[in-house]
Design a protein. Structure first.
Length: 448
């Protein structure tokens, strides 16, 4: 297949050839006897019923449900399939075909009111979920199976205690989240409530996603536990300055001639040429710092120059900050944090350079990291229209350009030398007319 690009679209020309490759579908089925890895066998939490005949799923389910009953009767060898013949008539095993496949399990669950969970084993990843029943944590009895799959055979093995198989044995009552295989200990209190409530909320959130095995990192070489913390504090702060801008264009006719070729084509009859712009720069105190309306052929170049000038003025204001204003409560909070062991002796009061408002305690090494050094410039429908206008001006403006593309022709985000061009339509998908009507219905105190 040959595709040719014309700058904007791809044109299908012809088909040179076609290859058809057929792969043999091998569904995951169990029915063959296999050995248990030594690492799992040493935990003594697996029951490998040796029956043959491709019915390993059937005997594994019976072993998972009734192995405790056999133990109370003094039957020590739980791997004998003859022990489970007495329970065979209690369930409907004729609802599925054998060797049983993973896709047959939902039918078996509904027919017998059971919750069947299937896990696999990997030497590097450990126990992994293969199928997690939607009937867990209900009145249905739970059946946990291990599915050992090799290149030439596969086999179902009953799990007697999933908690001990996943973790070391501890004398605590536990609950398991089957979606992520995390253990919750009962009768423990925390700041978020008791364990049963936390587990319910955890299961409610995790049920929205595909089941997985969450593996936490081990301790580092120096003995300290690894931690994850949020570091982009500047992204949580309001921008010191923000510019709202808009372009207007003239439709200039073109002299393009129709192509002679008979293929489909797109011909541009008119070109959108920027003719004027308007912008207003507002600071964090809701005060207009600068505004301008300009008309001319060099509208894009003048706008980019003004953007760079506003950014330079912003740095000058940050270098001459307003004096800090803080209340008695904020001073008490600062001294209380100063006595904490989590801060060093170079702790200072951090405040907004423009408004003087106290923001909290910080150190000299990170205080400038908190500053919003970028200048955001907001356009309405920047992705679909204005980005196509100003992008031509970047040939004369900016050294470091970074974009976040939506398609090959639309850009959601453009950053040039610390100036960020964003689209307000991506935050509020409404027209300017509707937004202005909303503002007219509000009082001045309600407007931001």
């Amino acid at each position: 297949m040959v595709l040719r690009t014309t700058g904007k679209i791809w044109i299908f020309l012809n088909v040179i050839g076609a290859d058809i490759r057929i792969g043999l579908f091998r569904p995951q089925r169990g029915g063959y006897e296999t050995s248990i890895p030594a690492k799992l066998k040493n935990k003594n939490e697996l029951i490998n019923v040796q029956a043959g005949g491709g019915m390993c799923f059937k005997w594994a389910c019976l072993a998972s449900l009734h192995h405790k009953e056999l133990k109370t009767r003094g039957m020590k060898n739980a791997n004998r399939y003859s022990y489970y013949l007495q329970f065979e008539g209690l369930y409907d095993f004729e609802c599925i075909s054998y060797p049983a496949a993973i896709r047959d399990i939902p039918v078996f669950e509904i027919a017998n009111s059971l919750a069947v969970n299937v896990f696999s084993y990997d030497e590097n990843e450990g126990i992994l979920p293969v199928y997690i029943s939607p009937h867990n944590y209900t009145d249905c009895h739970t059946v946990n199976l291990l599915f050992m799959c090799y290149s030439d055979n596969s086999h179902f093995i009953a799990i007697s205690d999933i908690h001990r198989l996943l973790h070391r044995h501890k004398n605590h009552r536990r609950l398991l989240c089957y979606n992520c295989l995390q253990i919750f200990f009962l009768n423990q209190q925390s700041a978020f409530g008791d364990t049963s409530y936390i587990l319910k909320q955890h299961i409610l959130n995790y049920s929205k996603f595909k089941f997985q095995n969450v593996t936490m990192p081990f301790e580092l070489m120096d003995g300290k536990k690894p931690t994850v913390s949020f570091t982009n504090i500047a992204k949580q702060l309001k921008a010191g300055f923000i510019v709202y801008a808009d372009f207007e264009c003239l439709l200039i006719p073109t002299n393009n001639q129709k192509p002679i070729q008979k293929l489909s084509y797109t011909m541009n009859n008119k070109v959108h040429t920027p003719s004027r712009f308007a912008y207003v720069a507002v600071n964090v105190n809701r005060e207009i710092h600068k505004q301008r309306v300009y008309r001319g052929e060099d509208a894009v170049d003048i706008f980019l120059k003004d953007s760079k000038l506003i950014k330079r003025e912003k740095f000058q204001i940050y270098n001459n900050p307003q004096p800090m204003t803080n209340t008695d409560r904020e001073q008490h909070e600062f001294h209380a944090i100063f006595a904490s062991i989590f801060f060093s002796n170079d702790k200072v009061r951090d405040h907004c350079r423009l408004s003087g408002k106290y923001r909290g305690a910080a150190t000299h090494s990170v205080i400038w990291v908190y500053q919003t050094l970028q200048l955001p410039i907001v356009f309405q429908n920047f992705r679909g229209y204005d980005s196509h206008l100003i992008i031509h001006g970047f040939r004369k403006f900016g050294d470091s350009i970074r974009v976040t593309p939506f398609t090959s022709e639309k850009f959601m985000f453009i950053q040039v030398d610390g100036i960020v061009f964003i689209d307000s339509l991506q935050f509020v998908n409404r027209s300017l007319e509707d937004l202005v009507d909303d503002l007219s219905n509000l009082n001045n105190d309600d407007c931001c």
